[in-house]
Design a protein. Structure first.
Length: 402
């Protein structure tokens, strides 16, 4: 039940200053209980309106004081929202703590992390964030608990005691003790930094103790299949049905650039007629929400046609019968052995193969590749689309032919 809240300003005649000015006090009543505090604003007693709770007149001083009082009134309502967002009851006690900053000294790291998790859960429920994001923050919380124990810091630490080395020590723990990569630990510290920035925004901290900590990142060197390797995979006779299906799905991704999570969610409705009158796949990426718009190359069209019966019988008209990610990657390892491909086969290789072998190496401009991959920036595409020796050779032929 919403508490009954009354915000009013009063002039205290019993506390007139030596200059006979009337001090103005804030009076907040919550469910019949009062909280009073000085506003540090003063006015002539004759200029004060007790009923309106403001200074009378249009003088510069009256306007200034009334604006200050409006800001104080807004502060009360802002604190009410913050207290309730923290999952606490809005009362005279909690308002007093917030007003005087008494709750700041007792705020702990794990407490605010768990408050952030509760807020994130609500946002996931509303579709603002994906469940995978919540899982990542929960994993970070688990590692923080173990890190505090590992560092003999007790079961928690006050926010006010956080310093820059804490972030560096946490990263060392993630990499040195848990064996995380630089990029994996970097993502985790980014999530922690976000929560700490939120604490500054909520005035639980005056400054961000991790502001100067620079998160390290190494561009991942994910391999791609060469034209020869892709051809071997396509023409290889596969008699085991589960491997044949995964081969088809992987090759489909090689010729469309779609990630696993987007392939598994492709439906008949994602097939569109493009500007050229031919079939395109147009779908928003689940990871970013950015549209991928890919004209269907013949190998991809052939695979869709092959599974047409499956698609029409599927209740939600899924284009392809995609197994779980775990099974797909396990079967890809078998396919790699069968096709004598020495690279470690994972589904993500297909997306890199599309960017490098299928498009960039064949002369497709990188900005078009970026658009088809659904990237926000060409810088991201440059990680996917590697400049191969063949591409360099083909480009340099023009100079020799001049």
């Amino acid at each position: 039940m919403e508490p009954k809240l009354i915000v009013h300003f009063i002039g205290k005649k019993s506390r007139l200053t030596h200059h006979q000015l009337l001090p103005i006090y804030l009076r907040v009543t919550i469910d019949g209980k009062r909280f009073e505090v000085a506003t540090h604003q003063h006015t002539e007693p004759n200029n004060w309106s007790p009923s309106a709770g403001k200074v009378i007149g249009a003088s510069d001083n009256a306007i200034r004081i009334n604006m200050e009082l409006d800001e104080i009134r807004k502060k009360v309502y802002d604190y009410k929202v913050r207290i309730q967002k923290e999952g606490r009851e809005f009362s005279v006690r909690t308002l007093r703590e917030k007003w005087f900053g008494q709750d700041r000294d007792t705020r702990t790291l794990l407490e605010v992390v768990r408050l952030s998790l509760l807020d994130l859960e609500k946002q996931v429920g509303k579709g603002i964030y994906k469940k995978s994001t919540l899982t990542k923050f929960r994993t970070m919380e688990k590692h923080l608990v173990n890190f505090l124990e590992w560092r003999d810091l007790g079961s928690d630490i006050f926010l006010k005691d956080l310093r820059l080395p804490f972030a560096a020590h946490f990263v060392y723990y993630l990499q040195g003790e848990l064996g995380m990569t630089i990029n994996s630990s970097g993502k985790m510290i980014k999530n922690l930094k976000k929560i700490i920035r939120d604490c500054v925004d909520k005035e639980w901290l005056d400054i961000d103790p991790f502001y100067r900590y620079k998160v390290k990142h190494i561009d991942p060197k994910v391999p791609h299949l060469t034209s020869e390797e892709l051809y071997r995979l396509e023409v290889k006779e596969i008699t085991i049905s589960r491997l044949a299906t995964v081969r088809d799905i992987f090759v489909f991704s090689c010729y469309t650039g779609f990630a696993y999570i987007d392939v598994i969610n492709l439906t008949l409705n994602d097939l569109k007629i493009g500007i050229d009158g031919k079939q395109w796949l147009i779908k928003n990426r689940q990871k970013t929400g950015i549209s991928e718009r890919v004209p269907l190359l013949p190998p991809a069209s052939a695979i869709i046609e092959k599974y047409k019966t499956y698609c029409l019988r599927s209740p939600d008209k899924k284009l392809l019968p995609v197994p779980s990610n775990q099974k797909v990657n396990a079967y890809l390892k078998e396919l790699g052995d069968l096709c004598e491909i020495s690279k470690k086969m994972t589904f993500h290789i297909a997306r890199h193969t599309f960017a490098t072998t299928v498009t960039l190496e064949k002369g497709v401009p990188i900005d078009s590749v970026s658009k088809m991959l659904g990237h926000r920036s060409i810088k991201t595409t440059q990680i996917y689309a590697q400049i191969t020796d063949r591409k360099i050779s083909d480009d340099m032929k023009r100079l020799f032919e001049m």
